[in-house]
Design a protein around this ligand. Structure first.
Ligand code: NAP
Length: 484
């Protein structure tokens, strides 16, 4: 089986912040890989825009270096690199002033898709949107792409939505959560809604609880000042884990269409109960295994920002009432692993007697690394006298099952940028979704602030603070291991 490349129509893509970290590490390499895959027609134009004085040649040289570093395998093909670079232009632009805008407007083609990627600080989103319209660049085929963080709280998200809505319709605004672009995250929907096997059991009658873990081994290096203002709750829980929760818990949309999917996700967020203070644990990593602690890294010896958060959430609707969702994410943990564990209830009665042992089914959906699915099923322990039960994994690695030609899935940014060009918003967050997620998150953070909450320390290289284990233990449950 070989993955198909669906060609797209000609487009112009302007990257505001085209010289910045995100553009160099993610956006431009992703565009280059799609170029190598042959997904574009020949007259596509990519325009870098930032304040720095550069000409086209200077920008191409900067991008060439970025490709060598961040897309090394594809960058060995010199013909491909030359072909890609020849499509690049650069215009020095001041987001908050008049410089560069006439020139930028003059570069863009008529009557084709124009995508403007806002890879700049969020405070510049408003000035950019205003100038795109003022300089006559907003057409029906114009789309804007905005990066996370989308706001810092509900008020700021509302105000950002209102600013963008003053210049663009909602169907022109693409809010990126790169988690949604991951192949395996989309696979969540395929597994749930493409199989008859799981859906009938997918409710509180059969599911005891669900665990969602996004564990990282990296720290906050390079993002210290942003992270110390944000913390794990804003940086990961409010967006990435919330999106995973929505995909796992939502009702089947009538079709795979942007508003049908996003309506169902929104219903999940709106059905979330407020989180009780004793159902949430914050942590902060401390020095261990030769790695410095969080406070040293951010240079703030009094920081009370969490680098870890675990919580128990409840969705008050017919499907999920009574089934807790345990979510956890943290930095500098023992392993990098994103996994969703659906923990089924015990069989109602053991015909083999209690001594035989009981093992509940567990469906594990691994998002990274080694993407795949494991289902734990109970069988007879071989060779024993009498009937003793043991659980064994039915394990499927997607890479092995799909064959070597499909081992490299497109990076999330490749998928998402091409969706912008195609005009498909299914994997982008709608304004009301983002606001609902902040409405759930804000009281949690406000509670910490009013109580003067201090995160619990945990060692670098551990599984997180001990209190997170207690959160489960109190409910008679335990976390599945982090190590993949
Ligand atoms: P960065 O490295 O600081 O780059 C910022 C870019 O914006 C530079 O190209 C800069 O170039 C340009 N810029 C700054 N002020 C400008 C102005 N007044 N007018 C025009 N251009 C201006 O930041 P980044 O890490 O790439 O992040 C960009 C955005 O993506 C931020 O919103 C960030 O939160 C988000 N994000 C980043 C990452 C990541 O991994 N880096 C991940 C997720 C989200 P000049 O200084 O030459 O103007």
């Amino acid at each position: 089986m070989v993955s198909r490349v669906i060609p797209v129509d000609p487009f112009d893509l302007v990257i505001f912040g085209g010289t910045g970290d995100l553009a160099r590490r993610k956006i431009l390499p992703a565009l280059f890989r799609r170029f190598c895959a042959g997904q574009w027609p020949s007259d596509v134009q990519i325009v870098g825009a930032a304040r720095r004085t550069l000409d086209d040649t200077g920008f191409r040289s900067l991008v060439s270096d970025a490709l060598k570093e961040h897309a090394p395998k594809h960058a060995r093909d010199r013909v491909a690199v030359e072909g890609f670079l020849s499509r690049l232009r650069y215009v020095p632009v001041e987001a908050e002033g008049p410089q560069g805008w006439e020139e930028l407007a003059g570069l863009l083609g008529q009557n084709r898709v124009r995508a403007f990627y806002f890879s700049v600080a969020p405070r510049l989103f408003g000035p950019l949107a205003e100038r795109i319209e003022a300089f006559g660049m907003a057409t029906e085929k114009t789309r804007i792409v905005v990066e996370k963080p989308f706001g810092h709280d509900l008020d700021s998200a509302r105000s950002l939505n209102a600013t963008l809505a003053a210049h663009f319709d909602e169907n022109q605004i693409y809010r990126i959560d790169h988690y949604l672009g991951k192949e395996t995250v989309q696979n969540l929907m395929a597994v749930r809604f493409g199989n008859m096997l799981f859906e009938p059991l997918w409710n509180s009658q059969y599911v005891d609880h669900i665990q969602i873990t996004v564990a990282e081994t990296v720290g906050v290096d390079g993002r210290e000042s942003y992270y110390d203002r944000a913390g794990a709750m804003r940086d990961m829980m409010q967006n990435h884990l919330m999106q995973l929760l929505c995909l796992i818990a939502m009702e089947p949309p009538a079709k795979f269409d942007p508003d049908a999917v996003r309506d169902e996700k929104l219903k999940v967020i709106r059905a979330l109960d407020p989180v009780l203070p004793h159902h949430i644990v914050r942590g902060q990593f401390v020095a261990a295994e030769g790695l410095p602690g969080y406070r040293e890294v951010v240079g703030n010896p009094r920081s009370t920002t969490e680098s870890y958060v675990a919580l128990r959430a409840h969705i008050s609707n017919w499907r999920w009432a009574g089934t807790p969702f345990y979510l956890r994410t943290g930095k500098r943990l023992v392993a990098r692993s994103s996994v969703i564990n659906v923990m089924f209830k015990d069989a109602p009665h053991s015909i083999f007697g209690e001594d035989a042992g009981r093992h509940a089914n567990v469906l594990s959906i691994r998002l990274q690394p080694n993407e795949g699915i494991t289902l734990k099923v109970t069988i007879k322990e071989p060779g024993q006298g009498g009937m003793r039960l043991v659980d064994v994994p039915l394990d499927m690695s997607f890479a092995e099952a799909l064959g070597p030609e499909n081992q490299v899935s497109p990076d999330a940014y490749e998928r998402l940028i091409m969706d912008v060009v195609r005009g498909n918003q299914t994997l982008f967050m709608r304004g009301d979704e983002v606001e609902a997620a902040w409405a759930w998150t804000d009281p949690i953070i406000a509670g910490w602030q009013s109580r003067g909450d201090v995160p619990k320390p945990y060692d670098c290289g551990s599984t997180g603070p001990g209190d997170a284990e207690l959160l489960m233990k109190r409910d008679g449950r335990r976390w599945q291991g982090i190590k993949p």
